[in-house]
Design a protein around this ligand. Structure first.
Ligand code: UTP
Length: 293
């Protein structure tokens, strides 16, 4: 079985749900507590053993490339001022030379199209796909949990999480089959079903391990919902042809692509940070008291 060495990060979306914040700044560069959202996702991939990072970018996303590059003047200034801790932290986050590749999706034709744009960089091997606006609180990280299942079960793996059964219309929802190791077989996927039509309340939380045959299916450029090339449609065609597993992810996902999810992520990660927690709780208590009065 081939090891998962490469990860794809599609960052070419327009982020319309988070305008005007995303007019000039990519949503992946918005800050959760003290780091851009994209840094959480890259750290999660590296924890899972990923060696090569592939970004599918678009216009006005060059700041993402700058974030993962060396900032020579800044490093020099930090060194001269003896700010060793900050300098070491930046260096630890820095990918090795040659460890990152960028390709452009010239027109945002949908997630499936963005993934297809990475086909030459991925080549003929299974790969991880991480949607960079979804960040997780989990120990170990979500992708590490998935790689652990992939190492036992092979095939394709998607992570799923429970949603409120009344809110299935917001998500891609999966059908649940037989247990496979500590995961289960996926029997189907439905994009944004009404609660009455949903096969379960387990939704796709933005983490995938996919076999390279997905590129052959995406190559047909078939349009789906919203006239976009949908990844879910391509995955549906793989189910039945190849093993497709679900991992009931142990942790919590925050959707940073909307103001609600982004605020929630900031609160959740700040509450986990010992330096920020006490002050945050005082503020929340004061807000709750003011709300009651
Ligand atoms: P989303 O639909 O959540 O992102 O796509 P979006 O299109 O940026 O956001 P809204 O709906 O307009 O607010 C999921 C992921 O797929 C990427 C996005 O960047 C996001 O990380 N994506 C989506 C692309 O790279 N290209 C596309 O054409 C569409």
């Amino acid at each position: 079985m081939k090891r998962i060495r490469k990860a794809v990060f599609p960052v070419a979306g327009l982020g319309t749900r988070f305008l005007p914040a995303t007019k000039a700044i990519p949503k992946e560069m918005l800050t959760v507590v003290d780091r851009p959202v994209i840094q959480y996702v890259v750290d999660e991939a590296r924890e899972a053993g990923i060696e090569h990072l592939i970004f599918v970018t678009g216009r006005s996303k060059t700041v993402i490339e700058d974030h993962f590059d060396i900032q020579f003047e800044l490093y020099e200034t930090l060194a001269q001022r003896g700010k060793t801790e900050q300098l070491e932290r930046l260096k630890a986050m820095q990918p090795e030379p040659g460890q990152v590749s960028y390709t452009r999706q010239q027109v945002p034709l949908g997630l499936g199209h963005a993934v297809w744009c990475a086909r030459e960089l991925v080549g003929g091997e299974p790969f991880a796909l991480l949607l960079p606006d979804m960040i997780m609180q989990a120990e170990p990280g979500c992708m590490k949990q998935m790689v652990d299942l992939y190492d036992k079960a092979g095939g394709n793996v998607v992570a799923v999480e429970e949603c409120d059964p009344d809110e299935t219309h917001k998500y891609g929802v999966v059908g649940i089959g037989e247990p496979v190791h500590d995961g289960f077989a996926i029997t189907g996927m439905v994009e944004k079903p009404k609660p009455a039509d949903a096969p379960s309340n387990l939704y796709l939380n933005g983490r995938y391990i996919l076999q390279p045959e997905i590129f052959d299916i995406l190559a047909s450029q078939e349009r789906g919902a919203g006239n976009e090339i949908q990844l879910t449609d391509a995955m549906l065609k793989l189910i039945g042809r190849q093993p497709f597993h679900g991992l009931h992810f142990r942790g919590r996902t925050h959707d940073c692509g909307t103001p609600e999810g982004f605020v929630e992520a900031n609160l959740a990660f700040a509450a986990d940070n010992p330096a920020l927690r006490a002050n945050l709780m005082r503020t929340i208590r004061a807000l709750a008291d003011a709300d009651r009065n």
